[in-house]
Design a protein around this ligand. Structure first.
Ligand SMILES: [Zn+2]
Ligand SMILES: [Zn+2]
Length: 341
């Protein structure tokens, strides 16, 4: 009955940004930003299917080597998304190593990378067996605000300004499928991998008459139910989970409006709070949000919860200052209509 996504920041607020989002009961995870991820266990890195990189400043992309190192030689497809210039940066990383023996690798590892521009998306494949040289042409498609679109989820992306283009992301579960354990027991069914298959069928809008085969122990005969009947008996649908990941953005009115729009009504907002409002001149110069702005955004987009990260090292002695400042802005009274000048 728990949530589908279990997001957690890989590091503390003073270390590199990376939000790890594993899926409950599935060997799969998404990653938002790819700073130093040395503390993320290998088994978790290997769950990652998609990495959404806000921009390629080193503190957001330096973890790429660890992912590449762990996935090398495995039968795996990894999808990466980044802003303008991303394909060039990725090709530069890949060109940093010698790949003369990879054509003999037994397993097929392929990178797929997409560079998002405000109006178009450029996608290219980099197969390991070809020494990660681009395979075929770069494919251009229109960019309509979505970085990933699957039957049960989508990831929206928006271009923000940080002195360089930066992507803000929002992950949306379309709806949530709850399995009623009591109903399951009443039918004499045991939880298993078949539940994931059942969920996939529901998300895909499969014909309710489609038979669903459920195998018990090897000596038991499989039981078969029509999908619609099984769904009515053991499934309850509830609202999907929504979260947003925002970092390295100037506190300009335009950025603030875009962030509030993409993060509207999220359950969890992960947002940078690089500087205190006392240092807003520095924040402006470095194109980062202040803790006060982070709190204002969380309040304006009606986030149920927010989590601050990416603190400047200058607050290492008193990190509470940023939390207190954001909390004051988040809980401030007054009209929400025009929170920004
Ligand atoms: Zn940056
Ligand atoms: Zn940064």
């Amino acid at each position: 009955m728990g949530p589908t996504f279990l997001p957690r920041l890989v590091n503390g607020p003073f270390d590199d940004p990376a939000l790890f989002v594993p899926f409950r009961h599935q060997h799969r995870a998404l990653l938002f930003d790819l700073g130093d991820i040395a503390t993320l266990p290998s088994r978790d890195v290997l769950k990652i299917s998609h990495i959404f990189v806000t921009h390629t400043h080193m503190d957001h992309f330096a973890g790429f080597d660890r992912v590449l190192r762990l996935m090398l030689g495995r039968d795996k497809e990894l999808f990466l998304v980044g802003p303008q210039g991303f394909l060039t940066n990725l090709a530069g990383k890949l060109a940093g190593y010698c790949w003369n023996l990879v054509e003999n690798y037994a397993h097929r590892f392929v990178l797929h990378a997409t560079e998002l521009h405000p109006d178009r998306a450029l996608t290219c494949r980099y197969p390991c067996r070809k020494g990660f040289r681009p395979d075929g042409e770069i494919i251009e498609t229109p960019f309509t605000g979505m970085a990933l679109n699957e039957p049960n989820l989508r990831v929206d992306a928006v271009h923000l300004d940080h002195g360089t283009p930066v992507l803000g992301f929002a992950l949306h579960e379309r709806f949530h499928i709850n399995i009623l354990n009591v109903a399951l027991a009443r039918l004499g069914l045991k939880p298993g991998a078949w539940l994931n298959h059942l969920k996939e069928m529901i998300y895909a809008g499969t014909d309710p008459k489609t038979p669903v085969e459920i195998s018990g122990s090897p000596d038991e005969k499989p039981r078969i139910f029509p999908l619609g009947e099984l769904e009515a008996a053991i499934v309850r649908i509830s609202a999907g989970q929504h979260l947003a990941y925002i970092t390295d953005s100037a506190g300009s009115p335009e950025n603030m409006r875009k962030i509030i729009a993409i993060a509207e009504g999220v359950d969890q907002l992960f947002i940078e709070a690089a500087f205190s409002d006392h240092h807003q001149a520095v924040a402006r110069q470095k194109h980062h949000l202040t803790a006060r702005q982070a709190g204002m955004i969380a309040r304006a987009c009606r986030a149920k919860q927010y989590h601050l990260f990416h603190f400047s090292p200058r607050y290492r002695e008193h990190p509470d200052l940023l939390e207190v400042e954001a909390r004051a802005a988040f809980t401030a009274k007054g009209a929400l209509d025009r929170p920004f000048p």
